[in-house]
Write a protein that binds this ligand. Structure first.
Ligand SMILES: [Fe+2]
Length: 399
């Protein structure tokens, strides 16, 4: 005969308290707290003289701040100045109410290593280092990633970490849109920030929005409400697409982000202006939708007709895109057009004559190095195997 199980009252109490304890752990891990997380460096101005940092806390932190000083070999000797942050509240369906904070450090010395930390005056993060850009065209490299988009924690984190292991001295990481799958999904943004972890706090991010950073609302589409609070990008773009269309000059290169999701015509005018007054030796443009589509049943003809003549007129060297979940690049004659993918969502390839190199079902990252008149472009697989390589050599006439 089955005996009725007797549960002593303290067992129920124990179960309840352990449930509360683990819920607290899970909540602390997943959600925002008074302690800063999702810390990300970006540029809002000149990389030789400024550096922006953005981070997240819960709503209890209403006055956040950052400290900055010249980095020292003995941390206790850092003489820091304090700057009060600009706070932007954000309410998302999945994570409730949070605050994003940002500080733009200005009047910095070029080619100098700084230490900074962020907090609320009582609780501080550890000191992070960054180095300002040099005034001259000192050689540098950067990492370029196509769509991370799906299974970010599961499959993209290892690509980012392999890329960082490979080029830990990268001046910045560049993300060509579709960083996540659902524009308003806090959990996916959380995965995107957790994969690089503290690397985003020491290597600046340049990002352009993809169609998955857009959300449909009634009859219109709008950029994710996360974009502007969580990234602090330059405001030098056209009205309506500021912080998604912008440019940054870094050590002899002009890096331009275009927003291929909207206002393409307005951006064309702006692009002509930005390219016709461009003193930099190299020009790199990034946006999400490819000029030449490698995937089956895809072709962005309107975008190609609108923007491609401008790229060629002003000798743009590299056009870095995503969206097609394959790999392909053109013959690197004048402008090299690249489509790549870093996440694990893949499409079928439509082989075409313009492709110099193509690939399918492979997670990739790119190391781009600029050294005087030579640009070296290398594509590697998730396990660090060289997949593609080409060089661009600058001639006297800028071609
Ligand atoms: Fe896309």
């Amino acid at each position: 005969m089955k005996k009725k199980q007797h549960i002593p009252p303290y067992t129920t109490l124990y179960r309840l308290s352990s449930w509360m304890f683990f819920s607290l752990i899970i909540f602390t891990f997943m959600g925002a707290s008074p302690y800063p997380d999702r810390i990300v460096l970006t540029w809002a101005g000149d990389p030789a003289h400024s550096q922006a940092v953005t981070w997240r806390t819960d709503r209890s932190v209403t006055q956040a701040m950052a400290q900055i000083g010249i980095a020292q070999d003995n941390g206790d000797e850092i003489k820091a100045e304090e700057k009060v942050a600009i706070t932007t509240p954000l309410h998302s369906d999945s994570d409730g109410a949070v605050n994003y904070h940002s500080v733009n450090f200005e009047d910095l010395a070029p080619a100098t290593t700084y230490a900074y930390r962020v907090g609320d005056g009582k609780q501080w993060t550890e000191w992070f280092h960054f180095k300002t850009a040099a005034l001259e065209a000192v050689p540098f490299s950067f990492l370029y990633f196509g769509d991370a988009q799906r299974d970010i924690k599961k499959n993209w984190s290892r690509v980012f970490r392999q890329a960082f292991r490979h080029a830990s001295d990268a001046a910045f990481t560049l993300h060509a849109g579709d960083l996540i799958n659902r524009a308003e999904n806090d959990e996916q943004w959380g995965e995107w920030f957790n994969a690089p972890g503290w690397v985003n706090a020491v290597i600046p991010v340049i990002a352009t929005p993809g169609n998955h950073e857009y959300v449909s609302e009634q009859d219109t589409r709008r950029l994710s409400s996360f974009w502007q609070p969580q990234f602090t990008f330059p405001q030098n773009g056209p009205e309506g697409v500021k912080e998604s269309c912008y440019y940054i000059d870094f050590q002899g290169a002009r890096i331009i982000s275009l927003n291929s999701n909207e206002k393409q015509e307005e951006q064309k005018q702006w692009l002509e202006e930005v390219l016709s007054h461009n003193p930099q030796r190299w020009t790199i443009v990034t946006f999400h939708h490819p000029i030449f589509s490698p995937a089956v049943h895809r072709d962005n003809k309107e975008l190609r007709n609108l923007w491609k003549p401008i790229f060629e007129k002003y000798h743009v060297d590299l056009v870095l895109t995503g969206h097609d979940h394959t790999y392909a690049r053109t013959h690197a004659e004048e402008t090299a057009y690249v489509v790549s993918v870093s996440g694990s969502k893949f499409y079928k390839l439509n082989k075409q004559p313009w492709m110099n190199r193509s690939g399918v079902e492979t997670q990739l990252y790119q190391v781009v190095r600029i050294d005087a008149d030579v640009l070296t472009f290398e594509t590697y697989t998730a396990t660090g195997i060289l997949f593609d390589k080409f060089e661009l050599k600058k001639q006297e006439d800028g071609k």
